[in-house]
Design a protein around this ligand. Sequence first.
Ligand SMILES: NC(=O)c1ccc[n+]([C@@H]2O[C@H](COP(=O)([O-])OP(=O)(O)OC[C@H]3O[C@@H](n4cnc5c(N)ncnc54)[C@H](OP(=O)(O)O)[C@@H]3O)[C@@H](O)[C@H]2O)c1
Length: 270
Amino acid sequence: MPPSKGNTIPEASRLTDLFSLKGKVVVVTGASGPRGMGIEAARGCAEMGADVAITYSSRKEGAEKNVAELEKEYGVKAKCYKCNVGDYPDVEKLVSDVIKDFGKIDAFIANAGATANGGVLDEPKEEWDKVIHTDLNGTAYCAKAVGAHFKQRGKGSFVITASMSGHVANFPQEQTSYNVAKAGCIHMARSLANEWRDFARVNSISPGYIDTGLSDFIDQETQDLWNSMIPLGRNGNAKELKGAYVYFVSDASSYTTGADIVIDGGYTCR
Ligand SMILES: NC(=O)c1ccc[n+]([C@@H]2O[C@H](COP(=O)([O-])OP(=O)(O)OC[C@H]3O[C@@H](n4cnc5c(N)ncnc54)[C@H](OP(=O)(O)O)[C@@H]3O)[C@@H](O)[C@H]2O)c1
């Protein structure tokens, strides 16, 4: 069977060309923080030449600041959009607005996510619903909305920010809803890789403890315990992940689909 349009060997051979994102349009959800995975993924893509569309949910000012920095630092086109990933019409609107503003979408990084505040017994049912809805359903909504565009174009790359919590249950904090949602995200990437084999690639990234501010509410004693369980002995910095996002977005990963890269300082290898 001849390879489909989205499954061809790239013409380029040099890594500098394979990793180049010049002329590509990349969407990154949840890029409103100053040091989160979203803005670092957007920085990485912009550094390699891509135009970037980023989203926020509540931090409009943060997203606008990030857009200004992306344009100034990397000389690319950047724009931010408000989007609640748990609201399918909102996600569909995001995709159509970006296509209107940028002409197309080459890659979509589904990064937006929320943490759990406690375990199944201590938290109300609504907390379970909220975490599963944002982290799992929201990711699926992004896939559904942009997947139609990828199918129409015959190409695309979808990248999910999952978590090491989708591989192991964190100790000692209780966050079953989050762990379950992220495990679902890893398997969503594998399943979509099969569904979309004729036109797009789908992969996930599983970060460990990354110092983005997301876990600032956790007490110091617990954080010290976490660190003692990480072979590299420290939290990660989000810039230590941007190379992986660029890899999955770029043609350097043209034969990579259904893969998950764990970036956790060795937490899950013990
Ligand atoms: N930090 C870690 O240790 C770690 C480890 C593994 C995985 N992760 C995952 O990495 C991703 C990014 O998190 P981060 O640590 O970089 O923190 P972050 O900077 O706070 O990023 C979370 C982003 O998700 C957005 N968001 C939250 N709920 C949303 C919703 N319903 N609809 C749309 N956007 C929503 C937030 O938007 P607003 O702020 O504008 O509301 C924010 O931009 C998340 O999926 C998280 O689960 C984090």
